[in-house]
Design a binder for this molecule. Structure first.
Ligand code: AMP
Ligand code: MN
Ligand code: MN
Length: 320
């Protein structure tokens, strides 16, 4: 199945992704944008996404993204990437009005929200899945770069267990374009500003282990973000840093997004299914990486999450 067969008659196409877009989301959106521009030069193609982090300035065309979401246009097709409609944020009204909705994603928790759903949880990333929906002859270096960065970000640079032989085969084809992949990954994935490193250090310093040290949690308040002059985009990577602590099966990181409202990120080594935990609180994701938004105090949220995690571990013990 190729994406072009699904959109070739469309005169107007919108592409969107999830709120607080990560590397896979930004790069998938940009790769598809450029690809469809080449395939359908007559069509009007627009991208609706929250403003990506500065590090993605290296992706060509990123300035075309419409982060104001102001449009009266009713699109023939809307393609939602790396999420379901609940996470489209301000793009949701545009999505709802579109003549045809296509949903392409790799989240196990996504049951599909489109007229056409291409949901493949075995894929490392939406970028990897998207590449298979493209005609390889039409992929150029810029598209390849975006797909590569998207895959690299969602696999923790080919480290997480979602990396499959197919992921690496895809990466190999992309590398053949000859771009400086090492610098791209360094700049977009590993490099941190000084304040990003400071707030990560603070979050790690203030982390607490619980449930016999099998879980670890930390939190960043809005006041802390103001103090370090950082935004929520600067908090990427903190939860992964907590997860590397030996003996930890599940890491939880929360940051305050409003009064008694927290964005929760969870990571696991596979012993805890954090997608199931996140789904219980209206979120989703993957077995080893998931997230949700929770209302309540920090401590109430920890209590509620740990009840779910403990329940899972107890069930496993009973089954063993
Ligand atoms: P994060 O912890 O935000 O980096 O997210 C980890 C994984 O879970 C990513 O694949 C996200 O796309 C997914 N995820 C995070 N928050 C949600 C949510 N509220 N609903 C569904 N999936 C989510
Ligand atoms: Mn994502
Ligand atoms: Mn993804």
């Amino acid at each position: 199945m190729k994406i072009i067969n699904e959109v070739k008659d469309a005169k107007t196409i919108a592409i969107g992704g999830h709120v607080r877009p990560d590397g896979d989301c930004v790069c998938s959106v940009m790769a598809l944008y450029r690809y469809l521009q080449k395939e359908l030069p007559e069509a009007r193609i627009d991208v609706y996404l929250e403003k990506p982090a500065e590090v993605f300035a290296c992706i060509p065309g990123i300035e075309d993204i419409r982060s104001d979401f102001q449009t009266q246009q009713v699109y023939d097709v809307f393609i939602a990437l790396d999420c379901n409609d609940e996470r489209l944020g301000n793009a949701l009204p545009i999505y709802r009005k579109a003549g045809r909705r296509i949903n392409i994603d790799h989240h196990i928790s996504n049951t599909g929200c489109g007229d056409l759903n291409i949901i493949e949880p075995q894929r490392s990333s939406t970028a990897e899945l998207l590449y298979d929906l493209m005609d390889p002859q039409k992929v150029d270096e810029e598209i390849a770069k975006a797909v590569y960065i998207g895959i690299a970000h969602d696999t923790g640079v080919f480290r997480y267990s979602n990396t499959s032989p197919h992921t690496l085969e895809t990466a190999a084809k992309l590398l053949a374009f000859g771009f400086d992949f090492s610098e791209l990954i360094e700049k977009t994935f590993f490099e941190k500003t000084y304040v990003q490193t400071q707030i990560m250090g603070r979050a790690v310093l203030e982390s607490v282990r619980f449930m016999n040290d099998r879980c670890i949690v930390s939190m960043v308040t809005r006041r802390m973000m103001e103090f370090y002059q950082v935004s929520t985009k600067d908090l990427d990577g903190i939860v992964n840093q907590l997860q590397v602590v030996s003996g930890v099966d599940c890491a939880i990181f929360m940051y305050e997004i409003g009064t008694l409202e927290y964005k929760v990120s969870m990571r696991s080594n596979g012993k805890v299914n954090v997608a199931d935990v996140a789904v219980k609180f209206g979120g989703g994701g993957h077995v080893r990486a998931a997230g949700c938004t929770m209302n309540g105090t920090y401590h109430d949220n920890i209590n509620n999450l740990s009840r779910e995690i403990a329940g899972q571990l107890k069930k496993q013990k009973e089954q063993a």
